[in-house]
Ligand binder design. Sequence first.
Ligand code: ADP
Ligand code: MG
Length: 362
Amino acid sequence: MSISRLSVTNLRNIGSAELLPCSGVNLIVGPNGSGKTSLLEAIYLLGRARSFKSNKSAVFVRSGEKEATVYGEVNALASLPPVTIGVSKTLDGRHQLKVAGSFVSNTAALLELVPIQLIEPDTFKLLSSGPNYRRQFVDWGVFHVEHVFFDVWQRLNRCLKQRNKLLRRGKIERSVLAVWDDEFVQYAATLTEQRERYIEQLKPCFYRLLSELVAEDLCGIEIDFYQGWRANTSLSEVLSAGLESDLKRGFTQAGPHRADLRVRYLGQNAADLLSRGQQKLVICALKIAQGYLFSKSTGRTCIYLLDDLAAELDEVFRERLCKLLSTLDCQLFITSVDEQLFSRSWPSMDVKVFHVKQGELE
Ligand SMILES: Nc1ncnc2c1ncn2[C@@H]1O[C@H](COP(=O)(O)OP(=O)(O)O)[C@@H](O)[C@H]1O
Ligand SMILES: [Mg+2]
């Protein structure tokens, strides 16, 4: 899939900008603070209806204005005419989504239409922060390949909320709790099966890509799925055994909401051992692997947003990464302060360069 037209109004320092991206590499170049990341945020808004930098809408809307708006013409499938998507965000955090001229209420529709992979400085959290980010990473993949994922995920979270509410109430009827537990266990099994299936596909693809990026270095990297409770034990037994402790804490301590994709290097937490540059390569391999699996199972491609791609990487790794990205055959949006860094990186792809200065495209 690709975006063939993008129009941005009152987003951060961008008053108004209009882009006609190519379906290959779109290099966004400009000095610090010119608006490069803001343009990526605009594209992200089209697919997610939120920013990747902040949860506060007020900082997103250009100061002095009331609303930020992004319009995009999206080619979801080559065989179909482009779809127009409009997302606007007001100062108080409300958003309005329009797909092909009609208002839509849920962001899942956008997620499906505009699948985005983002690699930016904060993506380091995928390795260095808690399981939350890695769970979201896994679930992005599962969402796009398993049709019933979203429904199961929503139902599971509803059960979890109800169970936690009961736990906090303290005095609970065991029979009422048992009803929620049964449902919780049932959805947990389906969700976990889907996640496991996905990770089994991800693993070989990730290892292959990583070895192409780093050659024999980092061959001690391993990824492993943790389902959210001890392997080979039944969740319903774990819930029963942990009930007293859950009651004390007021929340459910075991289940798929605790799942993780553990990334280890030589048996230890990878983020504790690897350099920033090495971490970036591992993260890129994970995200590119996800793009491959997405294409394989849907016949579509996703869009890659790569903010400050060159940061932390020397020339050798930068060139290997660019080569790998070009094999994806996806639309790429890459920001850089220096255009020259990528002058020889894309011999076989369409390249379009956009120069940004003080929020304006030149
Ligand atoms: N709500 C806002 N209104 C106006 N300007 C903003 C707003 N939020 C951020 N900025 C400014 O927008 C500029 C662009 O930032 P950014 O896109 O991160 O730059 P780059 O990625 O090119 O370094 C910064 O100078 C920042 O101060
Ligand atoms: Mg930036």
